[in-house]
Ligand binder design. Structure first.
Ligand code: ASP
Length: 445
């Protein structure tokens, strides 16, 4: 395997100064040949993301309204970028073409080819990819022709081979992130932040030895730096550990990005465009360092359904019926700690989406519990490390740290992987809990 795939996020491509920095990074290593750009992100906190403007444009077109404002802002952004980079680029023609494709959307959305906003959202990456390819003198490869989704919207694994055939030469390639196409030819995007997934697909399709994901942070920190400002950088982490840390990882790397590369053993390196000398975090199948705990992730916004029934452990199918109610209501759950006569189900508030009372009523009707209630305002904390299953005292250390800090523990749960202990605390206790757990484990070997 040779070559490196480099995905650059929206903040790494926000203006010409960013693109020049990106060019420096690419040129610093001739193996960096497969470039995956996001759409330009915000240049400052008040700025707008190109992708958000495109969604707004689609929303207006869907209602038959004039999209002049988002269209103009997008035109100005790309024109300025092209001018500042000295690239001869016809933004107007591309945007007029988009306008033409949207004709008749409001009249007959049912039949319109681009009724879903995916086509519009993808144009940010498409235009940026074209511009970047022109600037870098690279070959532009449109993922609409080579990253394929199945009818049900999942990535078709044939894409690796198909895309690979377009990346065979020696030169530099630009493959825009975020989108591909459905079997009927319509554009489909991954979920938000999905250029990370494209990067992984390109890494696998091109046979890269490394997938560098360039962003605006120098890798993952052992815990949330907004809570523990000097939290250490994680040098190396396994794919499995990262999954278990998904309460913190998603904002840095899309959680579907690991699958295309994990099976073929291509490491992902999270790197900072503005600190290119920092090695960031390397995500691998097996890590060398044996630190028992590598990360602590916490997130608020959880609720808990608590159910009690005498002799629950003897009643066959009790848990099944509870979960069936959730399934029928389209609600997925996160954790399910149990006792002898009790069961709790921890659910994200956004999943619950106001359906809590209905769920309680249905569970009452179907399971006839002695007691059932719904409580919200919880935070869940995952303390993760592959070294934990053969290291005595992790849970003891964790609980003592929280006890000393007078943080009340509402939930304790450990999955079968034995690389993760989940704790539930009240949301107000989350920062303090993260801080004391971090202090207890940062140097523990
Ligand atoms: N531009 C898309 C988004 O804003 C995809 C990406 O940046 O990865 O979500």
């Amino acid at each position: 395997m040779s070559g490196i795939t480099c995905k650059f996020g929206g903040t790494s491509l926000a203006d010409a100064a960013c693109v020049i920095q990106v060019e420096r990074i690419i040129k610093a290593n001739p193996d960096r040949r497969f470039i995956v750009p996001s759409a330009p992100g915000k240049r400052n906190p008040k700025d707008r993301k190109i992708t958000d403007l495109l969604y707004a444009w689609h929303g207006l077109a869907l209602q038959g309204l004039d999209p002049v404002e988002p269209k103009q802002i997008i035109a100005e952004r790309f024109n300025q970028l092209a001018d500042d980079l000295g690239v001869d680029f016809d933004t107007k023609a591309i945007l007029d073409n988009i306008d033409a494709q949207l004709q008749g959307l409001a009249d007959d959305p049912e039949k319109h080819m681009h009724a879903k906003p995916d086509f519009m959202a993808s144009r940010g990456e498409y235009i940026n990819g074209r511009l970047l390819a022109a600037y870098l003198d690279a070959t532009f490869v449109d993922p609409a022709d080579s990253i394929k989704f199945t009818k049900s919207g999942r990535l078709n694994p044939d894409s690796y081979e198909l895309l690979g055939t377009h990346l065979k030469g020696d030169g530099l390639y630009v493959v825009p992130g975020f989108y591909g196409s459905l079997p009927d030819g319509r554009i489909k995007t991954f979920s938000r932040g999905g250029s990370d997934v494209t990067g992984a697909v390109v890494a696998r399709a091109s046979g890269s030895s490394l997938y560098e994901n360039w962003t605006d942070v120098s890798g993952f920190r052992m815990t949330d730096p907004r809570v523990v400002s000097n939290a250490k950088r994680i040098e190396e982490i396994t794919y499995k550990e990262l999954r278990e840390l998904s309460y913190m990882g998603a904002s840095v790397l899309h959680d579907e990005a690991i699958y295309p590369v994990r099976d073929v053993n291509i490491p992902i390196q999270i790197r900072n465009t503005w600190e290119p000398n920092s090695p960031g975090t390397l995500i691998v199948n097996e890590r060398v360092s044996d630190q028992p705990v590598c990360g602590i992730a916490g997130q608020g916004g959880f609720s808990m359904i608590n159910i009690e029934k005498a002799l629950m452990n003897k009643e066959k199918g009790f848990g099944f019926k509870v979960l069936q109610v959730l399934e029928e209501n389209g609600v997925s759950w996160e954790h399910m700690p149990t006792g002898i006569d009790t069961i709790s189900v921890v659910i994200k508030d956004e999943e619950l989406n106001g359906k809590g009372d209905d769920l309680i009523e249905e569970i009452k009707a179907r399971c006839n519990p002695d007691q059932i209630d719904l409580e919200s305002g919880f935070a869940m904390i995952a303390t993760v490390g592959q070294g934990m299953n053969n290291h005595i005292g992790v849970a003891g250390r964790l609980c003592s740290a929280l006890a000393e800090a007078k943080v009340n523990l509402e939930v304790i749960d450990q999955g079968s992987s034995e690389m993760n202990i989940i704790l539930g605390v009240y949301e107000a206790d989350l920062p303090r809990a993260l801080e004391v757990i971090y202090n207890a484990f940062q140097d523990w070997k």
